[in-house]
Unconditional design. Structure first.
Length: 201
């Protein structure tokens, strides 16, 4: 693979698509799905990164909690990519294309405590789920089959989000990450609530 190789980019209109949609509609739905494919691929890689980098108290619980999420989100990526192909377009699954096309930043936390990573993952899941809901709305008018696929995924993602948030929640039902706008802030707030002593940085 030459370093200067061009990144793949989804474009154009398919020469066929699923029955009942125009080729233009197929392309439109596939473009929305390509964005969700990028997000889901990014998410399962990020979850594995956290699985590897989590340390401290609750290590084993969080390390083990994340692997089934990785597997399930990979399956979601697969389903979305295959729906793009079904619609007559080419799903783009290469890392360079993902990085070039995504409009969010790379996960920013390296080795850190379990609660701190979960604080950051609260924000990660919030972003993915919000965008999935937007995609559900955007595809609903054109293609209820894609809408149904994304709706099922959103329900599963929201359950995983709850698994994460349950670690950050007080008995009064408040989230330690409330009001955090960045992963760094969420990490700090979650850590503070859990009594994590931080080295000054
Ligand atoms: Fe592992």
């Amino acid at each position: 693979m030459a370093k200067e190789s061009k990144k793949l980019k989804a474009s154009g209109t398919p020469s066929y698509t699923v029955p009942g949609l125009s080729n233009e509609q197929g392309a439109e739905v596939a473009a929305i799905l390509q964005n969700r494919l990028n997000a889901l691929t990014d998410l399962h890689l990020t979850l594995k990164h956290v699985h590897w980098n989590v340390v401290g108290p609750h290590f084993i619980a969080v390390h083990q909690m994340l692997d089934p999420q990785v597997d399930a989100v990979r399956e979601m990526s697969d389903a979305v990519a295959e729906r793009i192909a079904t619609l007559g377009m080419s799903p783009i699954g290469t890392p360079g294309a993902l990085v070039a096309e995504r409009d969010w930043d790379d996960y920013s936390i390296g080795r850190a405590g379990a609660i701190e990573h979960l604080g950051a993952l609260d924000l990660v899941y919030t972003g993915v789920i919000k965008d999935h809901r937007s995609a559900i709305e955007a595809t609903g008018e054109i293609d209820p089959v894609t809408e149904d696929l994304l709706t099922g995924q959103a329900g599963q993602l929201e359950q995983y989000h709850w698994f994460v948030r349950a670690h950050l929640e007080t008995a009064g039902g408040e989230l330690s990450t409330a009001g955090a706008g960045t992963e760094q802030q969420a990490t700090r707030k979650a850590g503070e609530r859990a009594g994590v002593k931080r080295q000054s940085a």
